[in-house]
Design a protein around this ligand. Sequence first.
Ligand code: HEC
Length: 154
Amino acid sequence: MRKRRKLALLLVIVVLIILQFFQPEKNQGNITQEGDLLLVSVVPDSLAAILINSCYDCHSNHTEYPWYSRISPVSWYLQKHVRDGKEDLNLSEFGNLSKAEKIGALSDVYEALEASNMPLQSYILIHKDARMSQDEIDALMVWADQESLSLMKK
Ligand code: HEC
């Protein structure tokens, strides 16, 4: 019995090692990209820092990868969040959206914050510094609202 347990453990280790050879493609585009929300919109520095810290890992073309994110299968789990997050909202390419799409994206941001859907809970658990205070959430919501109002006037 003990022998079998040892063998099972060994098998798990071998599988984990083999898994390391299979890694997803990294999301490592240019940080300052033409069309980035922070370049095409008026975002106060304090809010830009919050966005980069709490949202950009999954909603831009550039993810900051901590060491453990390079370990399979964690890397695949993360990759899925980045892919799904970017599909819904890619802040690196905000400038390429039409006016109506921009207004829609800003209202989605407002709603996601209001509902406390974002950042994802699993992300906050690990990235404690991505947790936003209520003041920060409110400030970002007010900004999203003002930004879409000023777009409507253009
Ligand atoms: C760990 C990755 C991650 C982080 C960090 C993150 N998001 Fe998301 N976001 C996602 C994923 C994945 C989706 C796709 C829908 C889902 O799974 O809920 C999404 C969807 C969205 C959507 C689309 C509408 C919706 O609610 O489904 C908006 C808007 C959004 N996120 C805004 C934000 C904002 C604003 C921040 C920062 C305050 C943020 N997200 C941080 C992963 C993330």
